[in-house]
Design a protein. Structure first.
Length: 251
């Protein structure tokens, strides 16, 4: 049993490798994006009760996979122990925790819109450039599968909240997302300062680009996340207009 578990979570159980924008990367993107689209179209015609169930289901999947990762990491030879980097100081891991709060507790309803928007934004950014999961590992090894599925579940949860009308975006209130990004910046700074040991949560301590100095990363991170957030708003309004037009055409 121990040998099977070691093989299952090993990074050396296959000669296949995943690379940036190769076939395996696009396969993961196709499954996640296609799944989000298919579920959105299917559940748009379902009852409110059914819509609530699918939203709760993906919230459970996201936080469940996040918690389970802490128990599985010591069994994986790519970690060997619990990784401090997985604590909720990155925007994606923090949004996974916040997704559970806003989905299951009405007291957090007022912040659900920025949490949903940033969940979609952060997951999309990681899926398009999954630097932390592209080290030449097999495409279905634990490290790769877990990180893609975690971000995929978070992304689908956010998309379903938008497509099913659970939250409505208002460009006049996008300042809430910007304020949330600044709060995440402070939260990540706190984590980097307290834990130290080379932690670079939210990529604000050390530059991840050779053309940017370390000092520029806090501004670069805030600006890049907000720009993608604006793109999510743009896509949302464009799709909303298209579906509204099609609805009028069928009346």
């Amino acid at each position: 049993m121990k040998e099977f578990v070691a093989w299952l979570f090993s990074e050396n159980n296959s000669s296949l490798q995943i690379g940036l924008f190769d076939g395996w990367h696009f396969l993961y993107l196709a499954v996640i994006l296609g799944g989000a689209l298919a579920l959105s179209l299917i559940y748009r015609k379902k009852s409110k009760g059914a819509q609530n169930k699918i939203l709760r289901f993906f919230a459970y999947l996201t936080i469940g996979l996040y918690i389970a990762d802490f128990f599985i990491m010591p069994l994986s030879d790519s970690y060997g122990q619990i990784s401090v980097d997985k604590l909720p100081y990155h925007i994606c891991t923090l949004m996974a925790v916040m997704a559970a709060f806003v989905q299951f507790n009405e007291r957090f309803r007022r912040i659900k819109t920025p949490v949903v928007t940033l969940a979609v934004t952060s997951a999309l950014m990681w899926m398009c450039y999954p630097g932390s999961a592209l080290g030449g590992e097999p495409p279905f090894s634990y490290r790769i599968f877990q990180t893609f599925m975690f971000h995929g579940f978070l992304f689908v949860w956010g998309v379903l909240n938008l497509s099913l009308g659970e939250v409505e975006l208002d460009i006049r209130k996008i300042w809430k997302e910007f304020a949330a990004i600044l709060m995440i910046l402070v939260w990540a700074w706190f984590g980097n300062t307290v834990y130290g040991n080379g932690q670079n949560w939210f990529f604000i301590k050390y530059s991840i680009f050779p053309f940017l100095p370390d000092e520029a990363m806090p501004v670069a991170t805030v600006v890049s996340v907000f720009l993608v957030c604006l793109a999510v708003y743009g896509i949302y309004f464009a799709l909303k207009k298209i579906f509204s037009y099609k609805k009028l055409q069928t009346v």
